[in-house]
Ligand binder design. Structure first.
Ligand code: SER
Length: 316
């Protein structure tokens, strides 16, 4: 049986991934690691929690030893908009934090899942059907840390045989925990506002296409890749994965099918618009399909129907 540590377990992906892993591998076998925010509710009650500041290598090592951890899902990270505002913090968490997790994993022989992102690409990357292996010259601090992280994970596999694996996540849409300061956050906020006010003011321009994904598919990707036969993995880290690409207008139109009076207007934030403009429109995920049978369940219409159903109940 696996013994798992999830860093960033209180975050947007971590809060849901921890619960899924507990269901799959047993509540006591999945340690929720968090730093600034303590978990609440079912996340706190269903299994162990430990304070794990990934920038403190000793703390990571202590928890790995205490619970005899063999697999780390390293989700603690600073997202793109916060990283532009606080580049020093982003470097410390996204680079030094990952380095510490990899070093501890080398010493204690843990497998490591690390998410990279569409943010690992930049303005000179082909924006459509972005290939798995292509130009990566991001012009954001977030992107710099993500490319370096991809390389670091490859290095730890080749040099030290650490079982590193990872995907490039698109923007993730979910209804459990809000994302914390990303460029793709509009695609989450819009659903909350559509239910509460039937109106949303978007901080990205109409026509800004980005890869997006519904949380159940993002969770499935992490679990499936970590369970995949290693003999078939050519890339191991930073697999492009993709389910849908849309701009704010398309998202607004899909919401209007359920809430016809929904109004969408714009007040563009130049910083997040510039970040979004430097990212791909849609990635080619054929390497993930070929190497570990990546597949998904949700397109835009199915996601919108589910988001509105779940959030309508939640916001009552
Ligand atoms: N959702 C992330 C962000 O916007 C991208 O990986 O920062």
């Amino acid at each position: 049986m696996k013994k798992i540590l999830v860093t960033g377990s209180v975050g947007q992906i971590g809060s849901e991934l921890t619960m899924l892993l507990r269901k799959l591998y047993g509540n006591d076998n999945v340690v929720a690691g968090g730093n600034r925010t303590k978990p609440t509710g079912k996340l706190l009650e269903s299994g162990p929690f430990e304070i794990v500041d990934c920038t403190d290598a000793q703390k990571v090592a202590d928890v790995v030893k205490k619970y005899e951890i063999d697999t780390i899902y390293h989700l603690a990270a600073i997202l793109s908009a916060v990283a532009e505002a606080k580049p020093n913090l982003a470097w410390n968490v996204n680079i030094n934090g990952l380095y510490n997790v990899l070093e501890v994993s080398r010493e204690y022989k843990c497998a490591v899942f690390t998410p990279s992102s569409i943010g690992a690409f930049g303005p000179s990357t082909p924006p459509d059907d972005t290939p798995q292996d292509t130009i990566q010259r991001p012009n954001t601090m977030y992107g710099v840390t993500k490319v370096a992280g991809e390389l670091l994970c490859d290095y730890y596999f080749k040099r030290f045989n650490v079982d590193t694996r990872g995907v490039r996540y698109p923007g993730i849409i979910s209804n459990e925990t809000l994302p914390g300061g990303g460029t793709t956050d509009y695609a989450v906020d819009i659903y909350y506002e559509a239910i509460k006010k039937k109106q949303y003011t978007c901080f990205l321009e109409a026509g800004t296409f980005l890869d997006m994904m519904y949380m159940p598919d993002a969770l499935k990707a992490a679990v499936d890749l970590m369970e995949a036969d290693p003999a078939k993995l050519i890339h191991r880290n930073a697999f492009n994965i993709s389910t849908m690409s849309f701009d704010p207008e398309m998202l607004g139109a899909s919401i209007r099918k359920h809430i016809p009076e929904f109004k969408l207007d714009y007040d563009v934030d130049p910083i997040r618009q510039a970040i979004a403009a430097s990212w791909p429109n849609n990635m080619d995920d054929s390497a993930a399909t070929e190497e570990w049978a990546w597949n998904y369940d949700f397109d835009l219409a199915k996601m919108t129907a589910d988001m509105l159903t779940v959030l309508t109940k939640k916001l009552k």
